[in-house]
Design a protein around this ligand. Structure first.
Ligand code: NAG
Length: 142
């Protein structure tokens, strides 16, 4: 990393601190660079809803290909296949690509709904989309 970009980074860091310090926690997420930013209006965001659907499909595929295998991306047993219902909330973070944290509602085979926290990374330049996590929410907060 060059000296100039280092200086720029520390300057940015300083600015971020300066901006964040006087305000409360509520605005923190939308200000910090490289931090997680809440995505507004998730319910009507087609891109995010489709991303949620993708997560559920990937999870179902992984479960299918791991039959008889104790290892699972979810740490507790989950009935499947799960039917995507909707993404209820989402955060976005710039990493080596874009990282999304989605809270997804699914319909289980028995018809009951359940919440999952899902992590997906998109690297457009590699045409890559990867599901990193899909975990049942113990006590869903709506
Ligand atoms: C899940 O989706 C499939 C295909 O759309 C449908 O046939 C099935 O009834 C759904 N299951 C539940 C529990 O909603």
């Amino acid at each position: 990393m060059s000296k100039v970009s280092l200086i720029r980074l520390s300057l940015l860091g300083f600015l971020v601190i300066a901006v964040v310090t006087p305000s409360a926690n509520a605005t923190r997420k939308s200000v910090v660079l490289g931090g997680e930013a809440d995505i507004p209006n998730v319910q009507t965001n087609i891109e995010i809803q489709e991303l949620g659907r993708y997560c559920v499909e990937q999870f179902n595929l992984m479960e299918e290909s791991e039959q008889g295998n104790a290892e699972s991306i979810a740490d507790t047993a989950v009935l499947n296949p799960l039917n995507f219902s909707r993404v209820v909330s989402a955060q976005k973070q710039v990493v080596a690509g874009l990282k999304y944290d989605l809270r997804i509602e699914v319909i289980q085979p028995d018809g009951t709904s359940r919440m999952f926290d899902s992590v997906v990374i998109i690297q457009p330049w590699l045409h890559s989309k990867k599901l990193l996590g899909f975990t049942p929410v113990a006590t869903p907060v709506y």
